[in-house]
Design a protein around this ligand. Sequence first.
Ligand SMILES: CC(C)(COP(=O)(O)OP(=O)(O)OC[C@H]1O[C@@H](n2cnc3c(N)ncnc32)[C@H](O)[C@@H]1OP(=O)(O)O)[C@@H](O)C(=O)NCCC(=O)NCCS
Length: 79
Amino acid sequence: MVELGYDFRSDFWHQGYATEAALAVRDFAFDVLGLPGLISLIRVGNLASKRVAEKVGMKLADDFTRYETRYWRYAIQRP
Ligand SMILES: CC(C)(COP(=O)(O)OP(=O)(O)OC[C@H]1O[C@@H](n2cnc3c(N)ncnc32)[C@H](O)[C@@H]1OP(=O)(O)O)[C@@H](O)C(=O)NCCC(=O)NCCS
């Protein structure tokens, strides 16, 4: 499964850039690349990242621990 990630400089946060970029990448992944789905792996408690995943249309699939860190796995399937 292909992961969609986002990481912006803090002086550009809270202006909708991560959402805008993630939506464009999502549409490219589905409409151009034809990928079956995307996931985002988010450290539990990273509420800004969780919110971006939700605005991209992802849903919480499950959670897991890797190297002693807890993650949410968000996922979306191609419509
Ligand atoms: C996560 C990140 C990419 C978001 O970037 P951004 O450009 O600020 O995101 P957007 O402005 O598109 O949207 C952020 C959303 O999170 C919400 N949000 C931000 N901080 C929040 C908080 N502490 N609690 C709850 N919601 C929060 C905003 O209100 C916004 O939602 P809204 O449009 O419904 O109001 C940015 O914070 C970042 O680069 N963080 C460091 C790297 C990181 O954690 N990457 C994700 C790894 S999984």
